[in-house]
Design a protein around this ligand. Structure first.
Ligand code: G1P
Length: 271
């Protein structure tokens, strides 16, 4: 069973400047709620019991957000506002299930994953990238169901415009397993248009095996000098580990760019 999730939150958020010059992008509101709460809720609904947030010293405000007990208690003593009470209780529920680890240098997703090594207990765990919101369907839940059935790793996937392949991890498929699920042959991080094996992109939801840690350890910096989870996944595929691409049903919202961030509020307000 998949009971643990990790969420890398140490990124600098430069694509959302100036909003992120003093503020963590994951706390920026999307339709009146901090962005990170949407993915926390996705995890909880999918049956996750423990969530490891990978932050950095510069993003300590994410931790502070969950540790404002004396502030809330003081306010609630003076003001018996049921809305504030509900909000505080919600934060307390999140707080019970989250842990923090630190990645102080932005050395890539693979490096972020590595920081969680000593906390991962079972053979597989879920990773969610906070820029990628998926609404209308719980993608993590569907992926956990697929994992349960096929006992393999799973990644969320989506067809993208061929012109944009160099923004994503791109993969080629081998065999169709069922509607919306395929085995992956190869995956390459941010290829040039001519090197891209397809226009099928990895979206930020992964069910990864514990053995990914030893693969990451062996990696040299890849694209842009970063340690990419994609490279560790390719090495596991080379060693005959099965990875499934899951074409998710929900709607994808890219919160990592200014246009996408604004649009996500519009889309979520329509739900
Ligand atoms: C990361 C991954 C990439 C994936 C993307 C999805 O890239 O490295 O493979 O396609 O997330 O959003 P990033 O957005 O961190 O550049």
């Amino acid at each position: 069973m998949i009971k643990q999730a990790i969420i890398p939150l140490a990124g600098l958020g430069t694509r959302l400047l100036p909003l992120t010059s003093v503020f963590a992008k994951e706390l920026l509101p999307i339709n009146g709620r901090p962005a990170v709460e949407y993915i926390l809720d996705e995890c909880i609904e999918a049956g996750i019991k423990e969530i490891i947030l990978i932050i950095s010293d510069k993003k300590k405000m994410i931790k502070d957000y969950f540790f404002q007990d004396s502030f809330y208690k003081k306010i609630l003593k003076k003001k018996k506002d049921p809305r504030i009470k509900r909000e505080y209780q919600k934060i307390l529920r999140y707080k019970k299930m989250i842990k923090f680890v630190y990645q102080n240098k932005p050395l890539g997703t693979g490096d972020a994953v590595m920081k969680t090594k000593k906390y991962i207990k079972s053979n597989y765990f879920l990773m969610l990238l906070p820029d990628d919101l998926i609404i209308q369907d719980n993608c993590s839940k569907s992926m956990i169901d697929i994992h349960r059935k096929y006992k393999s790793s799973v990644m969320a996937s989506m067809r993208v415009n061929k012109k944009t392949v160099s923004r994503w991890g791109i993969f080629s498929l081998s065999k169709k397993i069922s509607n919306n699920n395929y085995f992956i042959n190869d995956v390459i991080e941010k290829p040039k248009i001519n090197d891209a094996p397809s226009n099928k992109a990895v979206i930020g939801r992964y069910i990864l095996p514990k053995k990914i840690f030893s693969e990451i350890k062996k990696l040299k910096p890849g694209k842009g000098g970063e340690i990419h989870i994609t490279d560790a996944i390719q090495n596991l595929i080379n060693k005959k580990n099965l990875f499934i691409a899951h074409n998710f049903k929900g709607k994808y919202l890219d919160c990592g760019t200014m246009h996408g961030y604004i649009n996500s509020t519009l889309e979520i307000s329509k739900l």
